[in-house]
Design a protein around this ligand. Structure first.
Ligand code: PCA
Length: 217
């Protein structure tokens, strides 16, 4: 049927990830956020399909999980979320570095090397329209900033590995990382604002990916 053909050809897969706990953060609020955002996005941006994964905060398992998801789902957009104690609101990361901080992960292990991927570039830049995201969230009165240092722990690692896959863009993948505060409310970012701001980021990413971010409500 022509109509269903049209719809499926316009449908993209969006990968949304949060993180599980890690030393010092027994409850990671990024997990609950991406689950809620995914449910809302599935209604709001149908017929695009949203896949959520809560990554283990582990040096080996997290990038392996992301690589497997990207290979299997072939998403058009991948947005990763994680917490940062010092984030005041949305902190949009502009790049990831091929380096890791010598810090234990949730499995109690240190990174196997000081770099993430041997013989790979020192850093990758995000291709998302980050200025547009910051302007949109600011216009909505949501606290947002940009950062060129994703931190050297698992958030940087996951972003670096995802951006590394952009070297084989088939299909092209737009990826980004958003740090949020480690608790909602007192930090200046409520849970509801975190959800609505994340939906705006998704809309901008889908627009950029050349898709109609169809809104149904
Ligand atoms: N924040 C950590 C890893 C997991 C998370 O939510 C980071 O900033 O690297």
């Amino acid at each position: 049927m022509a109509l269903s053909g049209d719809v499926s050809s316009r449908s993209s897969i969006v990968l949304l990830t949060g993180f599980g706990p890690f030393p010092g953060t027994p409850e990671n609020v990024s997990a609950g956020l991406v689950r809620a955002v995914s449910r809302r996005a599935q209604r709001q941006f149908s017929p695009h399909r949203f896949h959520t994964s809560i990554l283990p905060t582990e040096w080996s398992a997290a990038p392996e999980r992301v690589a497997a998801l990207i290979a299997r789902l072939r998403p058009k957009v991948a947005l990763h979320f994680g917490v940062a104690n010092d984030a005041q609101g949305f902190r949009i990361e502009t790049r990831a570095q091929n380096a890791c901080r010598m810090t234990i992960d949730a499995a109690g292990r240190m990174p196997p090397a000081a770099h993430l991927i041997a013989d790979a570039p020192a850093q990758y830049e995000c291709w998302l329209p980050l200025d547009k995201i910051v302007h949109r969230l600011t216009a909505l009165n949501l606290p947002v900033s940009m950062s060129d240092d994703a931190g050297g722990y698992l958030c940087n690692s996951v972003l670096y590995h995802t951006l590394h896959t952009q070297r084989q863009p088939d299909p092209p993948l737009l990826a980004g990382f958003i740090h949020i505060p480690s608790a909602f409310g007192a930090s200046g970012l409520s849970f509801d604002d975190a959800v609505s701001g994340s939906l705006e980021i998704i809309k901008i990413a889908l627009d950029e990916a050349g898709e109609d971010a169809l809104t149904s409500g």
